[in-house]
Each structure stands twice: as C-alpha cells, then as structure tokens.
Design a protein around this ligand. Structure first.
Ligand SMILES: [Zn+2]
Length: 221
C-alpha cells in the first residue's frame, strides 16, 4: 500500500492512493483529493472547495489531501490556515481521513487539531524531521508517513525505528523510488519480514475510516 503518490505504480500488487488536485482531469482510482497550500489561488478558493466536496463523495476517494500548511511557500499563511480548516470540516462531513503536507508548521497543525478535535485520522505525509517532532505528532494522535528519504537518510532511519508500527504509513510521493524498495528498507530497520509489514500497514489503513473499508476490500481480496 502506497498511501500517497503522484504517479500510479505499474506493479499489480501495489495498492496506491493517487493524489489529485481540484484542477486534475484524469481520475484513475483510488485517489485522494485536496487543495495543496502551494497552489492556493485567492480567487478560486470557493470554487475549488466545491470541487473537493464533490469528489469527496466519490466512493473511490479514500482521503482528503494533500492539504496543510507551509511556511516556505508564497501563499499567505493565514489564508492557508483558513483553507486548511475548511477542508478539515469537509473531511469530518464526509468521513475521510486527511493527508497533510506540513513545512515548518507542525505546532500550528497540532494546535488546530486540539481545537477542532476531529473524529477523522490525520496522516502527516513525507515525514523527515526528528524524533521530538514525531513524538509530539503521535502524542496528539497524528499518524506519520515515510517516503523515499528513508532509503538514504540515516537520521530518519533512527526515527522510524522508534515509531510504533501501528502509527505509520509508507509512500512514494513524487519520487522515482519504487514503493517495494521503501517497504524493504523499513522492514530491515524494524527487523521484520516485508510480508508482516505489508499486513500491518494494510490494517492501519483499514482502521482509518469505515467509509474506506469497502473500497479496500474490493481491491485487496
Ligand atoms: Zn505529494
């Protein structure tokens, strides 16, 4: 299972959630859909929120996102927060977990979560920070997803070693690395079989949201 990718794997045994934007036209399935903070256009917010809301009702839309907060991008931060909160409301309304993009705004994400107290699970994708950041996310019920950085980044390998298996996901995002390679690496770090890791992550996913289970079952069994 590849929780977040921008290109579908050609391998038959890979279940991937392909990231879509409101401007996407090709909807290969299954997918996640959200407004990325990099592409927030002040004049199109309401229009794009309507598209997100419509697509969230698609049975093969398994998550809202990626969406989130980014302190390095040009979009106004307050506006980013507003758009993120609105999307969180939609995720609650349509019972979809949230895939979060976060750059230098971990505390803000945690504060919003504390304030809103969502029922849906939040997954912070592309995690590549230290163990302190990981622990504060986990403490606040935010799950983490690791991507291609895990292959070579030794500090991150130490972080993943400390993350409980039931709190993590794996992804390719926009990298060229195959998801199989990421599973192999994490299985090595955790000293378990790849098959065992696959089973755990599949369970993590089915535990996310009841609305996703039907689609998962259809694809897995
Ligand atoms: Zn991405």
């Amino acid at each position: 299972m590849d929780i977040h990718t921008h290109k579908k794997s050609s391998a038959e045994n890979v279940f991937s959630i392909e990231n879509k934007y409101p401007t996407s036209v090709d909807f290969s399935l299954p997918f996640s859909m959200g407004m990325h903070p990099w592409f927030i256009n002040k004049n199109k917010i309401e229009e794009e929120l309507l598209i997100v809301e419509k697509q969230l009702q698609h049975k093969s839309c398994l998550a809202l996102g990626e969406c989130g907060l980014d302190k390095v991008t040009e979009a106004d931060f307050e506006l980013q927060e507003e758009v993120f909160r609105k999307q969180v409301r939609l995720s609650e309304k349509y019972n979809k977990p949230v895939i979060i993009h976060c750059v230098k705004a971990f505390q803000e994400i945690i504060e919003i979560k504390k304030e809103i107290k969502p029922r849906q699970k939040w997954i912070l994708h592309g995690f590549n920070k230290n163990i302190q950041v990981a622990k504060s996310l986990l403490k606040n019920g935010i799950l983490v997803s690791f991507g291609a950085a895990i292959i070579k980044n030794e500090k991150l390998q130490k972080v993943v070693l400390e993350i409980p298996l039931d709190a993590l996901f794996l992804e390719t995002d926009d990298s060229e690395v195959e998801i199989q390679e990421i599973y192999q690496k994490v299985a090595n770090i955790k000293s378990i079989e790849v098959k065992e890791l696959q089973k755990i992550i599949k369970e993590n996913f089915t535990n996310l949201s009841s609305s996703s289970i039907t689609e998962i079952k259809r694809c897995f069994y």
